[in-house]
Design a protein around this ligand. Sequence first.
Ligand code: ZN
Length: 62
Amino acid sequence: MTDKTRRLTIKCPRCGVLTDYYGNEHRPFCSERCRLIDLGCWAEEEYRIAGRPVPQESDSPT
Ligand SMILES: [Zn+2]
């Protein structure tokens, strides 16, 4: 049984709602809102990591 009208749907990683994969410019998110929220979270996390003091070892093994 083949279904040519079958659409590929993906789950929005932000809110979990099922959204179309094709024709969705905000994929894998369901909307621009979810995309921006997720990007914001990522940026925040990256900022936290970047702001963390990283121990620098200047010792170089011979
Ligand atoms: Zn969403």
